[in-house]
Design a protein around this ligand. Structure first.
Ligand SMILES: [Zn+2]
Length: 361
């Protein structure tokens, strides 16, 4: 079934003459199934090279549409595709490059509920995402299922890559055991990046994927490569399994692990907008009861710690403004409510502290 046709043999001729690949390696590449999470800057590069190399089955997970500001780095898309679904356009472009492939598209965001079943169908996972919530989710699922996680991350002029969740190798949680707090994590919509950087790091990911498939060379297991585009320098850091890693050292189950919520694109409302708000809306206070007793804004109190269990008390069709003390917990609350299907939820910037600073009581 994975026999190569004469046309395919011609297409991959430059692989055939590499001793590390050859006809047998090319058949392995054709037989392999790789899932790429994210079809943005990194995903564009990884997917394009893997399709060119002949990876037989490629999965693409991306719920977004092409935006004009993506085109500075997301080389799978063109100007006339702005507004169209990325996964669709990626599939079209990859099949134009190589029609001998099976390409599966998934137009949803990864969640705790769908990730394990989705990953089960693939041999290897590529993390080409741009946020911590997805990174922890991918890492935890890969470790639980024993599938390699080919990781890269980029920001400004810096990039990192490694291969996690390999037997005896460390995982992403060995590098960062605890998720960053919401105030430390960069907001994805604001994250600046040099356009060529995902090309460099995405190429490294594709390289690791192909090496893993054919079993050639030394994988980036237990090693983190860091690239500085301004200095044009690579640095290599040795990574060991962390003694406190909940997966590698403590054997925690996927369902027991604490993960950060999606921190990108949390809708916020400024104090000025809030003061001009007219019409029907619900003000939700997600602080603790003790804090509420000290001072409040007449909001409905559901502490963040109880919110998940009490979402049925809220109306999904109503506009909901969420506030807390300073505006951090309310962001988490909005993320949680969005995952529960609430469409019109906003976090009040600065929380009750900003409200009171303006002289309100
Ligand atoms: Zn680990």
């Amino acid at each position: 079934m994975n026999e190569l046709s004469s046309i395919e043999r011609k297409r991959y001729a430059r692989h055939f003459s590499l001793a590390e690949i050859g006809p047998q390696g090319q058949q392995k590449i054709k037989a392999s199934k790789v899932l790429c999470i994210g079809a943005g800057g990194l995903g564009s590069t990884v997917l394009y090279y893997l399709a060119a190399a002949g990876v037989g089955t490629l999965g693409i997970v991306d719920p977004d549409v092409v935006d004009l500001s993506n085109l500075q780095r997301q080389i799978l898309y063109t100007t006339d595709e702005v507004g169209l679904a990325k996964a669709d356009q990626a599939k079209k472009r990859l099949l134009a490059l190589n029609p001998h492939l099976q390409i599966n598209t998934y137009f949803f965001r990864l969640t705790d509920e769908n990730v394990l079943a989705l990953f089960a169908d693939y041999d290897l996972i590529v993390d080409a995402t741009d946020n911590y919530a997805a990174r922890y989710l991918i890492n935890d699922a890969c470790c639980s299922l024993g599938k390699p996680n080919v990781f890269a991350a980029i920001l400004r002029f810096q990039g990192q890559c490694s291969v996690f969740a390999m037997p005896d190798g460390p995982c992403y949680r060995c590098l960062y055991p605890e998720p960053p707090s919401v105030d430390l994590a960069p907001n994805c919509s604001e994250a600046a990046v040099l356009g060529v950087l995902p090309g460099v790091l995405g190429s490294m990911q594709a390289n690791e994927v192909l090496k893993w498939i054919v079993g050639a060379g030394d994988l980036l297991v237990g090693r983190l490569l860091s690239f500085d585009a301004l200095k044009a320098q690579w640095k290599e850091y040795k990574l060991n399994r962390h003694p406190l890693c909940p997966l590698c050292s403590q054997g925690q189950a996927f369902s027991d692990l604490v993960r950060p919520i999606e921190m990108c694109k949390i809708p916020e409302i400024s104090l000025a907008e809030f003061r001009q708000l007219v019409g029907d809306f619900k003000l939700l206070d997600v602080r603790e009861e003790e804090e509420y007793k000290q001072h409040h804004m007449n909001g409905c109190l559901i502490p963040l710690s109880q919110l998940e269990a009490r979402t049925h008390e809220l109306d999904k069709t109503q506009l909901i403004i969420v506030h807390c003390q300073s505006g951090l917990r309310s962001q988490k609350a909005v993320g949680l409510l969005q995952r529960e299907g609430f469409q019109q939820v906003y976090s009040l910037q600065g929380g009750i502290m900003a409200w009171e600073a303006l002289g309100h009581e």
